[in-house]
Design a protein around this ligand. Structure first.
Ligand SMILES: Cc1cc2nc3c(=O)[nH]c(=O)nc-3n(C[C@H](O)[C@H](O)[C@H](O)COP(=O)(O)OP(=O)(O)OC[C@H]3O[C@@H](n4cnc5c(N)ncnc54)[C@H](O)[C@@H]3O)c2cc1C
Length: 401
């Protein structure tokens, strides 16, 4: 079978690229190894798919070449995808911080994508296992040959959209990275991103004791190049910490998470100096834990105060209050690791962007070969940014193939 465009992977980027190329009159076939397309879309956003973020900008992405995502993001914007969502009558709302979610179910986004493909005649083969990919030269009609359990396919353009390594139980594979290397393209270091952090020893015991408690705070990575700070909830779990603030900061910790540190400001709404607040309370005869519980979750306040929980504030010296104030503004946690790909929302790193055109996502040295979506070294922050990269990179390639 010969097609203009063969897309490997029927996820967010692959389906949208197929629809975009099909709308330009290209014959398109998507090969998906799962029994169903869009499995990650289905579970995303807690089943309601946070399909974009209205504030998406290049600054919301991690990439070794920070300018790389600019072109694709500028040419297919959140407003463009919102217009498509509205065309399909999918109802949505902004939850917070520009994050747009379906009112109903993520399945509506999958239906939108499959309808867009069907409308332009882009075909999708599921249960299709890719066995080998070869470069060929058939009178310029085909440049690639793909062997699968469902036959041999020839195509003039090959778009690799098989995603990253996170959530292997949903069919994640390393095919994109293997193909990149097969064609001589570099792949950057890969690691789990947007992932819960784990702890050992006393901190693990503390996390287990507080499991289920959510703590609003501002979190940043320790160190000179600490990157952005995130004001969100931190959630204690049986293995460590999770929640939006932690998932966000996990992507900014050094490669070897063990040995790194994150700093939590537990009083994000207080004036810069917490000390006057503590000193002023000395006259009230309150115990430390009870007093802290006015601003912190009660269970956390008791654990944070530790042996001093029942000590009245009036019995704290100035130096002790100063130390307490510093600890409240910069509570430091040292994770021992992460929960890894099984729990990570994304894979950090990917096909090296120096190998690709930022306009078309085509490999500079292999005409007709494109990489899009999560398999590229472009990783968004939490909050709809990753789907926006999937749409934008898919659109850029779909317009070029
Ligand atoms: C639990 C969870 C929740 C998330 N929630 C959000 C959210 O709300 N908002 C957001 O922006 N991002 C979210 N993400 C991230 C988002 O899902 C991904 O960034 C996005 O799906 C990437 O799109 P993609 O098309 O590159 O990859 P995918 O959507 O993963 O698609 C890749 C496709 O390729 C297929 N495939 C893989 N290997 C092969 C192979 N060898 N042969 C054939 N097919 C193959 C896969 O089965 C899959 O269908 C979430 C991720 C997870 C894990």
């Amino acid at each position: 079978m010969l097609v203009d465009v063969l897309v490997l992977g029927g996820g967010a980027a692959g389906l949208f690229c197929a629809a975009t190329a099909g709308a330009r009159g290209r014959s398109v076939l998507v090969l998906e190894h799962n029994a169903r397309v869009g499995q990650k879309i289905a579970i995303s956003g807690g089943g309601r798919c946070n399909f974009t973020n209205i504030h998406a900008a290049p600054e919301n992405y991690l990439c070794a070449q920070p300018d790389f995502p600019k072109s694709a993001l500028a040419r297919y914007t959140p407003a463009d995808f919102v217009a498509l969502v509205e065309k399909h009558g999918v109802r949505y709302h902004e939850k917070k911080l520009g994050q747009l979610f379906c009112d109903g179910s993520s399945r509506e986004i999958i239906a939108l994508l499959t309808h867009e493909c069907a409308d332009v005649g882009a075909q999708v083969f599921t249960d299709c296992k890719v066995q080998a990919v070869e470069a060929v030269n058939h009178d310029n009609t085909a440049r690639f040959l793909v062997r699968t359990n469902r036959g041999v396919f020839h195509a003039r353009s090959l778009v690799v959209a098989t995603g990253g390594l996170s959530f292997p139980k949903l069919g994640a594979s390393d095919l994109a990275y293997r193909l990149a290397r097969q064609f001589g393209l570099r792949v950057t270091r890969l690691r789990a991103g947007l992932v819960p952090l784990t702890f050992a020893g006393d901190t693990l015991a503390l996390c287990q004791e507080l499991s289920g408690v959510a703590l609003p705070c501002v979190v940043r990575a320790a160190g000179e190049k600490s990157g952005p700070a995130f004001r969100e909830n931190l959630l204690f779990t049986h293995r460590g910490i999770s929640g939006p603030a932690v998932l966000q900061i996990s992507s900014y910790l050094p490669d070897h998470v063990a040995g790194s540190a994150l700093i939590c400001d537990l009083l994000p709404d207080a004036s810069p100096d917490a000390e006057p607040w503590l000193r002023a309370a000395r006259g009230r005869d309150a115990q430390l834990a009870n007093f802290l519980a006015e601003r912190l979750p009660a269970r956390f306040a008791v654990a944070f105060a530790g042996a001093a929980a029942a000590r009245p504030l009036r019995r704290f010296s100035d130096a002790e209050l100063a130390a307490l104030a510093r600890r409240l503004r910069a509570w430091t946690l040292r994770p021992s690791g992460t929960e890894g790909y099984p729990k990570a929302e994304v894979t950090l790193g990917g096909v090296d962007t120096r190998e690709l055109s930022s306009k078309t996502l085509e490999a500079r040295t292999v005409p007709g070969l494109h990489f899009i979506g999560e398999c590229v070294d472009v990783t968004g922050q939490l909050g709809g940014y990753n789907f926006q990269w999937a749409w934008a990179s898919a659109h850029a390639a779909g317009e070029a193939v």
